[in-house]
Design a protein around this ligand. Structure first.
Ligand code: SF4
Ligand code: ZN
Length: 409
């Protein structure tokens, strides 16, 4: 896919003119990860990696004829080529000509060393190379673990490893953390039965575990619940993500118990926290602020979940995964994702973040504050003290959501 440009163009301008939220992409120039504050030169090849799907173009007419964006489900990777000596009067070239075409591309030195920067952190106004970005990332994971008292020396914990970028980044970071805080790590991979999507991710997860020497267990909905997400969809049920999420949590919890794991680490990042906060508001479910998808009260049957990436933005998680060997070969996201409310919330948050940088952090921070307030008041009221009459899992009602859903299928 070629875009003719007559001069160099800054990546942020390019993305803006293409109507692509910078929040949702990573950019490779000549095959190397490049901060979006860099310039693309004539003759370079720019490749955009969508680590999350982006909303439709805001002004597709501006670039028609120069950029044909594939439909949402086509692919996560789009190639662009900047051929030399091409003339064009597109909005892109008009925009780019405003940015002093005679000057050389800005060298953007990494803050702490002379290596090429791979990421720009706008909130810190810092350009970082691979080494220093990875170090900063791991430092922040350790700080989150300390702040929320997530781990203790010698514990045997599980990691929910889907094979996607978030869980891969978490696995890699936890292996780094383990160098100074020894603990046992066991990977749990759930096969929900989504052909063409999860099977590829599971292969990826198994490969990573072999490479990293991590014990892995794979469990499937088919074996455990005698059905799959695909089969549930074929029966005409809607909101497949609700079935998928509830049953996955149920299975993770029961298997973690069987494997004597004290906690389950989940790859939720700051964007997920912000999205969850919005979803709770939109669905008028304020008590979910307290639960964050888990029971409020302690129960020996409930294996607590920890989220060491909860304070790190999704884009940085994607960059960390990419820099440390994760390959974005999953093709695209789950075919059911587009029907979920979270999909719309994610896109709108990306747009808000582009227009008002810092939005996600502020929403996540408000969520954390509200969670503490709601959690303390619900504890006082004794909410969530029941156990499911069918399976015995902790539940705020007599029948847990998992058993209710399975009963209705
Ligand atoms: Fe499951 Fe929905 Fe996620 Fe697909 S998008 S894996 S159906 S929760
Ligand atoms: Zn139950």
């Amino acid at each position: 896919m070629e875009i003719p440009v007559s001069s160099k163009v800054q990546i942020t301008e390019l993305l803006h003119n293409l109507g692509i939220p910078a929040e949702a992409v990573l950019l490779l120039l000549d095959g190397k990860l490049t901060p979006e504050t860099s310039f693309a030169q004539k003759g370079q090849v720019a490749q955009i990696l969508f680590y999350k799907h982006v909303p439709p173009l805001m002004n597709p007419q501006e670039i028609s004829g120069h950029w044909k964006r594939a439909k949402h489900s086509a692919s996560c990777t789009y190639g662009m080529h900047f051929p030399p000596k091409q003339k064009s009067s597109t909005s892109i070239s008009r925009q780019s000509s405003k940015t002093s075409p005679q000057s050389k591309p800005n060298p953007l030195p990494a803050h702490k060393c002379k290596s090429s920067p791979v990421v720009y952190l706008p909130y810190a106004k810092e350009h970082l190379c691979k080494k220093h970005f990875s170090e900063l990332f791991e430092k922040r994971v350790k700080r989150t673990i300390r702040t929320y008292s997530m781990l203790n020396k010698g514990e045997r914990i599980g990691i929910a490893l889907s094979g996607g970028k978030d869980s891969f980044a978490l696995l890699h970071a936890l292996i780094e953390v383990r160098k100074t805080l020894p603990f046992e790590l066991v990977a749990l991979t759930i096969d929900e039965g989504i052909p063409g999507y999860r099977d590829k991710a599971i292969e990826n997860a198994a490969k990573r575990c072999r490479e990293m020497g991590v014990e892995q267990h794979v469990f499937s909905f088919k074996d455990e619940f005698c059905t799959t997400i695909s089969e549930i969809g074929k029966k005409g049920h809607e909101n497949l993500c609700s079935y998928c999420g509830v049953l996955r949590r149920k299975l993770l919890n029961s298997k973690a118990r069987e494997l004597s794991l004290s906690k389950i680490a989940i790859g939720h990042n700051l964007d997920d926290v912000a999205q969850t906060a919005f979803l709770n508001l939109i669905r008028n479910e304020p008590l979910r602020f307290a639960r964050f998808n888990e029971p409020v009260l302690d129960s020996e049957k409930f294996v607590p979940r920890i989220r060491p990436l909860r304070d790190i933005r999704e884009k940085e998680v994607a960059i960390y995964a990419l820099l440390n060997g994760h390959t974005y070969n999953s093709g695209c996201c789950c075919p059911n994702a587009r029907n979920a409310l979270r999909w719309a919330v994610r896109h709108n948050l990306n747009s808000l973040e582009d227009a008002y940088p810092g939005t996600k952090s502020k929403v996540a921070s408000s969520f954390n504050t509200l969670q503490k307030i709601v959690r303390s008041s619900t504890k006082d009221s004794g909410a969530g003290a029941n156990c499911c009459r069918e399976c015995g899992d902790p539940s705020s009602t007599k029948l847990c959501m998992g058993c209710k859903m399975l009963g209705e299928l």
